[in-house]
Write a protein that binds this ligand. Structure first.
Ligand SMILES: *Cc1c(COP(=O)(O)O)cnc(C)c1O
Length: 300
């Protein structure tokens, strides 16, 4: 595994507000098993191996970073992989699914209705009957072993800081960060979906499940969803583009772009006291940009 270095950003706004911002480059961990998805897979792969499974079955949308990461991990670590994909097949395959199949992942499409049953025990039993003995990995790869893997994002940070920020989908990554802080510093989670308040309870349950503890040094910032999951607005894309030109760091519009936009907005509002040091986790996910380019003609 590669290193995920810390990169300090230089910016007029940061200087004016007296805030230091460091980016934890989880996007550089692995060329194909991106960022937090690698952290989430690590102990699950070990567990699958320990249980003598040859096949990993998981779930995701057609542009899912988790599907791409699982396919790449299966190829690298010698597992067969099966992806249960939400919705109908569209040919030619989009860049995410085409990458996944090139890694050997077998794709099975199910209706959006059926996909809602992804955590239902009867449905999972049905899948086991259909596919045989497989290691089941939930959507987004989130379970307690994933939380364990994500605690290592924090262990890896060698500087002192006051805040750590992370984008949220299922909340597994953020839960790992919160569990790892063990009450120190402040953690801010930025849901990528509209109505992200529900992630408060998810986070609480995951943190409690993993560590047996509850903490209060964290909160969710739910105002930067830009209309919903995978929705984009011109100002978000403009922000990402200027960020890339200034800092030579690519973001993607689903998670990291929204978090970074929100973070700069908060900094501009004086949310952080002068002298604060903030770490923003770049969770990766850049494979998804190819799909955006194709669907919307966007240059991201
Ligand atoms: C999946 C993903 C997230 C969200 O992770 P969760 O653990 O599901 O909250 C954040 N950023 C990127 C780039 C992702 O791919």
């Amino acid at each position: 595994m590669e290193e995920a270095p810390l990169q300090k950003l230089e910016d007029k706004l940061l200087q004016a507000q007296g805030v230091e911002l460091w980016v934890k480059r989880e996007d550089l961990l692995h060329p194909h098993i991106s960022g937090n998805k690698w952290r989430k897979l690590k102990y699950n792969l070990q567990e699958a191996q320990r249980q003598n499974h040859q096949t990993i079955l998981t779930f995701g949308g057609a542009y899912s970073n988790h599907i791409a990461a699982t396919a790449a991990a299966g190829k690298e670590y010698g597992f067969k992989t099966i992806g249960i994909i939400r919705g109908e097949e569209h040919l030619p395959l989009n860049p995410t699914l085409s990458f996944a199949t090139s890694c050997g992942m077998q794709l099975h499409y199910i209706t959006r209705e059926k996909y809602k049953l992804k955590n239902d025990p009867a449905f999972l039993e049905e899948l086991l009957l259909q596919f045989g003995q497989v290691y089941l990995l939930p959507e987004g790869g989130t379970n307690l072993l994933a939380v364990k893997g994500c605690t290592e994002i924090v262990h890896d940070i060698s500087i002192k800081y006051d805040y750590i920020c992370c984008a949220m989908g299922t909340g597994g990554t953020f839960a790992g960060i919160v569990a790892s802080l063990a009450g120190k510093q402040q953690a801010l989670g930025f849901p990528a979906l509209k109505g992200g308040e529900f992630l408060k309870q998810e986070t609480e349950e995951l943190v409690l499940g993993y560590s047996g503890q509850s903490y209060s040094n964290w909160q969710l910032i739910t105002d930067y969803h830009f209309g919903g999951y995978a929705k984009v607005k011109p100002e978000l894309l403009a922000f990402m583009e200027s960020f890339r030109r200034q800092h030579y760091i690519r973001l993607e519009p689903v998670y990291t772009g929204k978090m970074m936009y929100g973070l700069f907005d908060l900094i501009g509002q004086g949310y952080f006291a002068r002298g604060s040091r903030v770490v923003a986790v770049h969770t990766g996910g850049l494979q998804g940009n190819a799909g955006f380019q194709e669907r919307l003609g966007l240059q991201v």
